[in-house]
Design a protein around this ligand. Structure first.
Ligand code: PXP
Length: 240
C-alpha cells in the first residue's frame, strides 16, 4: 500500500489572493495530518508565490508527521533548507513563468549543480528525493548522486489523451519503478494524480508514496461548500 503525502500549496495560493491570513496552510496541514496523511509537502518557491518562509518554519515546528520541503537548488533556497532541517527535501526544477512544476529534473545536464546542493543538504541531515521522469538514463545518473529517493513525475500519465497512451505511460512507470527499486532507490510518484487515476499508480509494485495536491484541495472546496453556505446563511438571518 502506498503512503500519501499531501501538498498544501494551493491553500496558500488562495490565501495570497487576498494577502490575508485565511485560509491558513498550517491549519490545513494539521487537518491533513489528523485525516491520515503520511507526510505534508510544501514548495517554497523562489518567488514565494504561495508558501512563504514563515509557513515552512511553522510546518517544521508543528507537524508530527514527516515534512517534505519541495524546492529548487537555488543557493538561497538551499540555505533556507539547511537552517530549517526538514525530514525530507524534494528537489524539483523551477521556472518563474510556470503555473506548476512542469517536468522532472534533468539530472544529466544539472549533475554538477545537483551534486553540490545534495552534498550541502546531506551535511545538514536531509533525506533527499529527486523529482524525475520515468527514464532509465535519469535514474542511472541519480544513483551517481548517492541520494536515496526518487519521485517519478506522473504528468504524462495523468495528461494522456487516450486509454492506450495512458496504459503505455503506466507500463513505463511500472518498468522504471522496478528498475530504480532494484538499484536500491525508494520510489515515490506525483503530479496530476486525481480521484480517477491514482489507484493504478498506487498499485505499481514497489511504489512507496504518492504526493498529491491539486485534486485534494479542489475536492475539499466542494466537500465543504454546502456547510459553509449554510453557516453563513444562518448568520445572515440571525437577530442581534
Ligand atoms: N510532486 C511534486 C514534486 C510536485 O511538484 C507537485 C506539484 O506541486 C506534486 C507532487 C503535486 O501535484 P498535483 O498538485 O498535480 O497533485
Amino acid at each position: 500500500m502506498a503512503l500519501l503525502g499531501v501538498n498544501i500549496d494551493h491553500v496558500a495560493t488562495l490565501r495570497q489572493a487576498r494577502r490575508e491570513s485565511d485560509p491558513d496552510p498550517i491549519k490545513a496541514a494539521l487537518i491533513c495530518q489528523q485525516a491520515g496523511a503520511d507526510s505534508i509537502v510544501a514548495h517554497l518557491r523562489e518567488d514565494r508565490r504561495h508558501i512563504n518562509d514563515n509557513d515552512v518554519k511553522l510546518l517544521r515546528e508543528r507537524l508530527s508527521i514527516r515534512f517534505n520541503l519541495e524546492m529548487s537548488i537555488a543557493p538561497e533556497i538551499v540555505n533556507v533548507a539547511c537552517k530549517l532541517k526538514p525530514e525530507q527535501v524534494t528537489l524539483v526544477p523551477e521556472r518563474r513563468q510556470e503555473l506548476t512544476t512542469e517536468g522532472g529534473l534533468d539530472v544529466i545536464k544539472q549533475f554538477k549543480r545537483l551534486k553540490l546542493a545534495c552534498a550541502k543538504l546531506k551535511d545538514h541531515g536531509a533525506e533527499i528525493s529527486l523529482f524525475i521522469a520515468p527514464d532509465k538514463a535519469q535514474i542511472d545518473r541519480t544513483v551517481d548522486l548517492n541520494v536515496g529517493i526518487i519521485e517519478i513525475h506522473t504528468g504524462c500519465y495523468a495528461m494522456a489523451k487516450t486509454i492506450a497512451a495512458r496504459n503505455k505511460e503506466l507500463k513505463r512507470i511500472i518498468q522504471m519503478t522496478a528498475y530504480a527499486s532494484k538499484l536500491g532507490l525508494v520510489v515515490n510518484a506525483g503530479h496530476g494524480l486525481k480521484y480517477d487515476n491514482t489507484t493504478p499508480i498506487a498499485n505499481v509494485p514497489g511504489m512507496h508514496e504518492l504526493n498529491i495536491g491539486h485534486s485534494i484541495i479542489s475536492y475539499a472546496v466542494f466537500a465543504g461548500l454546502a456547510q459553509a453556505v449554510k453557516e453563513m446563511k444562518e448568520l445572515a438571518q440571525a437577530r442581534v
